[in-house]
Design a protein around this ligand. Structure first.
Ligand code: NAP
Length: 259
């Protein structure tokens, strides 16, 4: 299917690896020019080179921490008027409610709630004026069903979800959509790190933690970043203008509810 977005420009945050990279590659395959950001320059440049070689689109890199004002300013200076915005950042660390400090909460809210809000605020008006915009926030399945060890993530991402819900309705008549993609367990560095920490604290092997996690997923496997990217590209497509204010789970059937 032709997605109808060739020649558009997208900002994809946190895009040197994992979901961000999957989204960037999928958009590039549709002819979307990219501005991608990550903190580490080496992986960022390697990903940009790979995307250029695979697709021929323009890829601008911005080495920046998107959770800081300076980082976001650098990103927006490189691309003040994106047609597509994919928000993403590293997730907060696992832990226990009793041991989190207020500063832990502040960092989680800054990274996973305020950062996407700031980027949306800076770009949504231009999308409305131009009559086209697609915003996709990468959140987590933890918005739908809390994950016991990821309370910082549960809270901050649910806050973002609530914050953009009314805005999505306000801008819908201008062909601007805002949706959230809620990943369950995917095969990225992030999940491997979480498993490594879980193995260290429980005394189990990494393989055991992995097997135990996958056991509860009806698909019996982790998701693949390319699958995530394809879903994101469709939400950013010309065909998806009637899909907005949605929270879409990609979890291999793990959420146990009927709806
Ligand atoms: P990943 O494979 O570790 O990739 C993270 C990417 O984000 C890297 O490119 C990293 O590059 C970049 N990044 C991290 N913090 C950044 C920052 N402050 N500014 C700019 N770039 C930043 O992680 P992932 O699995 O794709 O996860 C992405 C998000 O989805 C996270 O918030 C994670 O918690 C969430 N999530 C993941 C899963 C899963 O199963 N993987 C499930 C649910 C939710 P640098 O380190 O060089 O900056």
């Amino acid at each position: 299917m032709e997605l109808g977005i060739a020649g558009r420009t997208a900002i994809v945050c946190a895009a040197s690896k994992g979901f961000g990279r999957g989204c960037a590659m999928a958009l590039a395959r549709e002819g979307v020019n990219l501005v991608i950001a990550a903190r580490g320059g080496e992986a960022l440049e390697a990903t940009a080179a790979e995307i250029r070689a695979a697709t021929g689109v323009q890829v601008t890199t911005v080495q920046a921490d998107v959770t800081t004002e300076e980082g976001r300013a650098a990103l927006l200076a490189a691309c003040p008027n994106p047609d597509i915005l994919v928000t993403n950042a590293g997730g907060p660390p696992p832990g226990d409610f009793a041991s989190f400090t207020l500063d832990d909460w502040r960092r989680a809210v800054e990274a996973n709630m305020l950062t996407p809000i700031a980027l949306i605020q800076a770009t949504v008006r231009g999308m409305v004026e131009r009559g086209f915009g697609r915003i996709v926030n990468i959140t987590s399945a933890s918005v739908r069903a809390p994950i016991a060890s990821l309370e910082l993530s549960n809270g901050a991402r649910a806050g973002l979800t609530g914050a953009v819900s009314a805005l999505a309705r306000k801008v819908a008549s201008h062909n601007v959509t805002i949706n959230n993609l809620l990943p369950g367990p995917f095969d990225t560095d992030r999940i491997k790190n979480n498993w490594t920490k879980a193995a260290a604290t429980s005394g189990r092997s990494l393989e055991e933690v992995g097997r135990e996690s996958i056991k509860h997923i009806p698909a019996k496997r982790l998701g693949r970043p390319e699958e995530f990217g394809a879903a994101c590209a469709f939400l950013c497509s010309g065909h998806a203008g009637f899909i907005t204010a949605q929270n879409i789970l990609l979890d291999g059937g793990a959420y146990p509810g009927t709806m």
